[in-house]
Ligand binder design. Structure first.
Ligand SMILES: [Zn+2]
Ligand SMILES: [Zn+2]
Length: 162
């Protein structure tokens, strides 16, 4: 079915009245000299557009909400696990206390392999699920890096970078 193109003015009025029903559509059809089905067609178009926009808005809002929800849940889990391994919440080597810098260290290495086995990003879940097994400690990123790459930390007053 071909639908007559309508004037901007007519479309504006349809937009404002879309979804209000047949009687109004009939009035609009009379006013603009077109078939009521034409009004109906454009009104449905407007309604579809509105529904799509509403869905987009809901999805965007929900995405932010879920992102925030997961961020908070992950933070809480990290705090819970760290506090099991360091009641004072600090790096076992240098005493760093900014939570943002702290992470779990596999004492004696093997961390990369273990993380691969249990899945990337799953260590905190894994530690909690396994009732906080021994062999782990809290280290800051710097100390963690030093132990990982040099098997020791310069905080131990050794000059390892030769
Ligand atoms: Zn440290
Ligand atoms: Zn250190």
């Amino acid at each position: 079915m071909k639908h007559t193109k309508l004037s901007k003015e007519a479309l504006k009025e349809i937009r404002a009245n879309a979804g209000r029903g047949g009687l109004l559509y009939r009035d609009l059809a009379k006013k603009y000299g077109v078939h009521v089905m034409t009004i109906n067609y454009w009104a449905n178009d407007v309604l579809k557009e509105k529904a799509k926009a509403a869905k987009r808005k809901w999805t965007a809002k929900n995405k932010d909400y879920m992102k925030e929800y997961h961020r908070k849940a992950n933070q809480a889990l990290k705090m819970e696990v760290l506090s099991h391994y360091s009641s004072t919440l600090e790096c076992a080597c240098c005493g760093e206390r900014h939570i943002e810098f702290l992470s779990m260290d596999h004492i004696g290495g093997g961390g990369a392999k273990h993380r691969k086995e249990i899945g990337l990003g799953k260590l905190y879940h894994w530690l909690k699920k396994n009732n906080y097994p021994a062999g782990f400690r809290v280290l800051c990123m710097n100390c963690n890096h030093a132990y990982g790459h040099y098997d020791d930390c310069p905080h131990n007053k050794k000059d390892m970078f030769k």
